[in-house]
Every structure is written in C-alpha cells, then in structure tokens.
Design a protein around this ligand. Sequence first.
Ligand SMILES: NC(=[NH2+])NCCC[C@H](N)C(=O)O
Length: 407
Amino acid sequence: MQGVNVKSEIGNLKKVILHRPGDELLNLTPNTLEELLFDDIPFLPVAQEEHDAFAKILRDEGVEVVYLEDLMAEVLDAKPELRRQFLDQWIYEAGIRTDMYHDIITDYIESNYPNTKDMVMKTMAGINLQELPQKDTHLLVDMVSDRCKLVCAPMPNLYFTRDPFAMIGNGVSINRMYSQTRNRETIYGDYIFKNHPDFVGTPEYYSRNDTFHIEGGDILNINEHVLAIGISQRTEPDAIDHIAHNIFNDETSPIDTILAFNIPVSRAFMHLDTVFTQIDRDKFTIHPGIMGPLTVFEITPDGNGGTKIRERNEDLESVLSEYVGEKVTLIPCGGGDRIAAEREQWNDGSNTLCVRPGTVVVYQRNNVTNDVLYKNGINCLVMPSAELSRGRGGPRCMSMPAWREAL
Ligand SMILES: NC(=[NH2+])NCCC[C@H](N)C(=O)O
C-alpha cells in the first residue's frame, strides 16, 4: 500500500497508524495536567495493556497496525543525515534557545540513546533536568533551581494519533495544533510524509507552518466527494477556508464539497468526532447535546479558483441524508437519558472507530451507549478503557486510518 486512501469513515479498514503510550505519561503531574490537556494521570502499565488490546482487536479484524514511533525511526535510520536535523528542531521547538543547553541535551541524547527508536521515544517522553549531567560551571541555576523539573516537555497526547495529521482522500493535512503542548507532535508526521517510502509523494493540503489551527479530530471523510470539518475549539474557520482552497485546486482530488459544522466551543466538545461519528452506511452516533445549536455551511468551488458558501438551515439528519445519499439515522449516545449521555460523551461514547460498515470499536465503560448500538444492529468490538479514557479521547481519536477499501 503506497500512499494513503481514506475516502470514507466506514470502508473496510486495512491500515492504521497508532502510538503506544510510553513514558511521556509518567511526566504528567497535577500542576501540569491542564496545560497538557489531561484530566487525570493514567496508570501507564494498564494504559499500555489497554492499548495493546486495542491493537489486537484491529489486527484480528485484518487491519495492519503501524506505529508512529516505528515509522519515524525508519525514516531516521534510512536517512541518518536527518537525525541531527530532527534533534535540533525538536530541541528548538521545546523552547531551548541557549547554545549551552542545546549542546548538553544533544550530547545526552546521542550518548544515551544510540538506538533510533529509543531516541524517538525519548523525544516523546520529555527530559527532566536531573537526568542531565551537572556541569561544573558554577551556574546560578545549579545553585538555586530545583533540579527536578522538565527541560523538554513531554507529549502525552501523542496516543491520539487522529489529531496531528489527518488523511483526506489520497492526501494529508499536517496540522497546526491549537495548543502549544501539541504542536511538536506534528514534527513526526512532517518527517514521515516527506521522507518515508510508504508515504512520500502524498499531496499535502495543510502545513504545520500555516497560520491557523486545525486538528484531525475535526476532519471526517463522508465520501469521495464530500468532506466534513468541525469549526470547534481546535479548528478555526480561516483554516477551513485555506484547506478548502488547496483541496479544490488539487486536480487529483474528487472532493467538491466541504461541510463545515459549527459546534459549540467547549472542552467536552473539543473536536467534531467527540460529538459525532459514522458507524454504518446510514447511521451515525451523536451526542444529543449538539442537536440544537449546530449550523452547517456548505463550501463548494465557485469555478474561478475561489469558493462559495451556503448556510444550511435544515436539521442535521436531512443535511447528512442528502450528502450520504440515503436516509440516515442519528443514534443518540446515552440512549435518551441526559445524564448518561453527558457522562458517556465525556468518556467518548460517541467517539467510535469504524472498521467496516456496522462494526465499530468502542470503550467498555460506555455500556449504556453500547447497548443502544447493539439494539440498532451494530457489532461493537469492546476494548478496556479505565486508564486510556483519562486523556479524553476514544477509539477514533486513538487511531489514524491510512487505508480504507472503497465502499
Ligand atoms: N480527536 C480527538 N477527539 N482527540 C482527543 C484528544 C484529547 C487530548 N487530550 C486533547 O485535548 O487534545
């Protein structure tokens, strides 16, 4: 499979990119939780077991599972000249601006992490000042500072591979993230798409250096022609204008309509996929809380290299039915009980990963919503979720499909 092919949310899933959570989760502390976008500290060994169970469910369904850390290590092993360039960029973007610390960190990594994958994992985990050799320089910092602090911040959100880059048909968007803490995550995708033999040559519809923020959790491939993007806490309308322009001007892309869903800005609804995912040809799960305030804008090419926009005032069900091409059913998470809906949406009850039409991976803890899905004829592949869910993302957020078969 050369390149990427994701023209729906539900076509038979053949290849997916995951990241197995690592030591970056050990660098979460109560004081940094908010900044690092976590609500609690997962217990790493159990989070890893749960993640391995997720990967196994996917493999058992015939999906090739590739890990972000392996792809990145393959890039650096194949092109050793990129190793230093990557390290320099990673250190700079971690906020290290002095030559002295730049050199100390580079020496530390080069001498302690000769194996490339270990090195990549270390860049994800972050560096504590006390790991670094103490310089015999009589610096004030060595006299008065707490030696236990992070000099390079961890990237605990990396296991949400959905967000830093996103497949759009046969192309990719390398995102500019909303928050400081997530922006370095996109370095890996940038190297992989520019250098990895399996991905090089993929048209790029957005770049990490573009001005406005957009995240993969807001990007849903409805079909070959129609793309949905959430206007949310994480994705700015300006970014959608920009990406629409790039997609419409790519002659190889059949996408001719972008639907922008304006969802309320809140932590609970951070991305479109936290309130809404497709689970079958004609079925979506949805958080009932967004049914009221949702406005949809239809963006199409104007024929002169620009775009035109139409506001849709019909209800969500009619708008979706029109684009999906058949009458769709929206299945509310929590089964109509408002408290269950809010509780389970918080734990990603409507954030499912579809492996083929009608078969989805779901979190075990959302039992009310899962029962509703069963009753609607959906085959739920249930994964354990006590620890992973503390990061506020579900099976869709934790996966980036690279290849789906045509429907
Ligand atoms: N596509 C998603 N819904 N991703 C969830 C990401 C969760 C992560 N803690 C964040 O706040 O960024």
